[in-house]
Design a protein around this ligand. Structure first.
Ligand SMILES: Cc1cc2nc3c(=O)[nH]c(=O)nc-3n(C[C@H](O)[C@H](O)[C@H](O)COP(=O)(O)OP(=O)(O)OC[C@H]3O[C@@H](n4cnc5c(N)ncnc54)[C@H](O)[C@@H]3O)c2cc1C
Length: 393
C-alpha cells in the first residue's frame, strides 16, 4: 500500500487471531461484496493466545449466551473440515469428542445442579453423576470428598492452530485482505471512527472497525478513546504424563480451576490462578507444575503421584475484569461504528465461531439475526453491572 493514499474498506478488523479471522469469514459469508481487511502484525502468531490454547470446547456454562455460543461453536467445529476447506487446502482441526467432566464438592452441588438444568433446557446432553457413579465410570478418580460431577459426552477439544488457519484461509479465499502491520492510532471525529494508522505508516479508512485484539484489546480500545476493562492475564499450560496407567479421561475441571485432558500418551492442562498479576508477561515458572498442579492432580487421581511434566508454556487470557465474560457489540454511547469482540477470559477459541457470526450480523444488518447476545454488550460495562457465570469458569 502506498503511504500517500488512504485505503478504504467497509470493515477493518483489528487483530487476526481466531476471533478476528472468524469475524472476517462470517462478514463475507453474510455479504461477499464487502471489502474486508484484517490488520494482523504477526503471521507466526508467536504471542497470540489462540496458538497457546488447549483447544477445549464445552457446553458446561450457566449463562444462556455461553451455552448457545458453545452449541453453535461445537457443531461448527465438527463440520469444519467439510465446510472450511479451500480450493488449495483441507481444513483439519483434529476434533476429539472426549467429553467434559465438571466435579464439585458437596457445598457446590446446588450450583452444579442448576447449571445442568440450564444446559438441559438448551437441549444439551448432560449427565449428573453421584460420587459412586463417578467412581464406576472413572475408577482412578478419588471421589470421597465430591458432591457430584456433570458429564457432557459430546464436548471435546480440537487443534486451535488448525481452526485459526482454517478461518484465515477461508476468509482470504472469500476476499479478505490481511495487512501485516500493527494498528498504532485511530482517527476519530465526534460521531464516528474514520481511520486507523498502521505501523508501516499507512492509513486505512473504513465504515466500521472491529477490535478483535484479545489480550491487547484494552490498548486498542484506548486508541479510539474507549475504556475497556480487559487485561492480559498469564496462565500456564503443561504437557505431562501420569506415571501409572489411567483410563482415558475427559476434560476434567474442578472448582479450584484445575483443568486437564488426555493428549496423545499423556495429558495437557493446568491450574488457573485468577490472582496472577496482570501484564504482558510470557515468562515460564518451571516450578509451577510441581508446586501447584501436581499436588492437585495427584490428590484427585492418585495414579498421578509419579506424574512428570515434560513441557510448560505460558499464554495470556484476555481477562474481562468486570465479569469474566466477553464484550460483544458496538460502542454504545460512544462511536457506534467501533465494535468490540474480546474479553472471553479463557473461552475465546470455542466461542469464536458464534462471536464472529454475531459481529457480522450486527455490522451487516444492525441487529442479531440468530443468537441474541445483547446482554454481552458494552452497556453493562458502562453501567458497571457484571453478568457473571456461576460455578466453575
Ligand atoms: C493456556 C491457554 C489455554 C486456553 N485454553 C482454551 C480452551 O481450552 N478453550 C478456549 O475456548 N479458549 C482457551 N483459551 C483462550 C483462547 O486462547 C482465547 O480466548 C482466544 O485465543 C482469543 O482469541 P483472539 O483472536 O481474541 O486473541 P489472539 O489469538 O491473542 O489474537 C489477537 C491478535 O491481535 C493481534 N494484535 C495485538 N495488538 C494489535 C494491534 N495493535 N494491531 C493489530 N493487531 C494486533 C495479535 O498479534 C494477535 O494475533 C486458552 C488460553 C490460554 C492462554
Amino acid at each position: 500500500m502506498s503511504h500517500a493514499t488512504p485505503h478504504f474498506f467497509d470493515v477493518a478488523v483489528i487483530g487476526g487471531g481466531i476471533v478476528g479471522s472468524s469475524v472476517a469469514y462470517f462478514l463475507l459469508r453474510e455479504s461477499l461484496s464487502l471489502r474486508i481487511c484484517v490488520v494482523e502484525p504477526d503471521p507466526t502468531y508467536e504471542f497470540a493466545s489462540t496458538l497457546r490454547a488447549s483447544g477445549g470446547c464445552r457446553v458446561q456454562f450457566s449463562g444462556d449466551e455461553n451455552i448457545e455460543m458453545s452449541k453453535f461453536g461445537i457443531d461448527f467445529i465438527k463440520r469444519f473440515p467439510d465446510t472450511m476447506a479451500t480450493k488449495e487446502r483441507p481444513a483439519p482441526v483434529d476434533w476429539v469428542e472426549g467429553g467434559y467432566l465438571f466435579i464439585v464438592p458437596p457445598s457446590q452441588l446446588p450450583v452444579l445442579e442448576a447449571s445442568v438444568r440450564r444446559q438441559q433446557a438448551h437441549g444439551c446432553v448432560v449427565e449428573l453423576l453421584s460420587p459412586t457413579e463417578l467412581k464406576a465410570k472413572f475408577p482412578s478418580m478419588h471421589v470421597a470428598d465430591l458432591g457430584a460431577g456433570a458429564y457432557t459426552p459430546h464436548d471435546g477439544w480440537c487443534d486451535p492452530n488448525g481452526l485459526l488457519w482454517g478461518f484465515r484461509r477461508k476468509a482470504v479465499e472469500l476476499g479478505a485482505t490481511y495487512l501485516q502491520a500493527k494498528v498504532e492510532a485511530a482517527g476519530i471525529d465526534r460521531v464516528k471512527a474514520r481511520s486507523i494508522t498502521l505501523s508501516n505508516g499507512d492509513h486505512v479508512r473504513a465504515e466500521a472497525f472491529v477490535n478483535a485484539c484479545g489480550a491487547w484489546a484494552g490498548l486498542v480500545a484506548e486508541m479510539f478513546g474507549m475504556k475497556l476493562p480487559i487485561s492480559p492475564m498469564r496462565r500456564f499450560e503443561h504437557y505431562f504424563t501420569a506415571g501409572s496407567p489411567v483410563e482415558r479421561l475427559p476434560y476434567v475441571k474442578d472448582v479450584a480451576r484445575l483443568a486437564f485432558r488426555s493428549e496423545g500418551k499423556g495429558f495437557s492442562g493446568g491450574l488457573v490462578d485468577g490472582r496472577e498479576q496482570r501484564g504482558f508477561n510470557f515468562e515460564v515458572d518451571h516450578d509451577y507444575f510441581e508446586r501447584v498442579v501436581w499436588p492437585a492432580v495427584a490428590e484427585r487421581f492418585p495414579a498421578f503421584e509419579g506424574a512428570k511434566c515434560h513441557r510448560t508454556w505460558s499464554g495470556l487470557y484476555e481477562q474481562n475484569e468486570l465479569d469474566g465474560n466477553p464484550v460483544i457489540g458496538p460502542w454504545t454511547n460512544g462511536l457506534p461504528n467501533v465494535y468490540t469482540v474480546a474479553g472471553f477470559s479463557g473461552h475465546g477459541m470455542m466461542h469464536a465461531p458464534a462471536a464472529g457470526r454475531a459481529i457480522a450480523e450486527l455490522v451487516v444488518h444492525g441487529e442479531y439475526r440468530t443468537l441474541d447476545l445483547a446482554r454481552l454488550g458494552y452497556p453493562r460495562i458502562v453501567a458497571n453491572e457484571p453478568y457473571t457465570e456461576a460455578g466453575i469458569v
